[in-house]
Design a protein. Structure first.
Length: 86
């Protein structure tokens, strides 16, 4: 993993504590390892909060905030231009 040039991940952001740990790992791999970029496919998980009585999305925004706070460049890729054949 430390020798990888490109990091690929999908469906790995589930909760806030995990998102924080993932951001720390990505930061370490990009700054201390050989990786030059990470591509992450993510579904924005919506759950119903018993506390606020609303639908909420917390883990994905937390991951993005943690990455930005660590000085990582975050770009979203628009997939509407990617051909779909199924």
């Amino acid at each position: 993993l430390w020798g990888a040039e490109i990091l690929l991940a999908a469906d790995v952001v589930y909760d806030v504590p995990g998102a924080e740990k993932l951001a720390a790992l990505v930061d370490a791999l990009l700054h201390q390892g050989s990786a030059q970029a990470m591509y992450l496919a993510v579904e924005k998980r919506v759950y119903f909060s018993a506390v606020t009585l609303r639908a909420e999305v917390t883990a994905y925004p937390q991951f993005i905030e943690d990455c930005v706070a660590r000085g990582l460049k975050v770009d979203q890729v628009d997939l509407l231009g990617v051909p779909v054949y199924f």
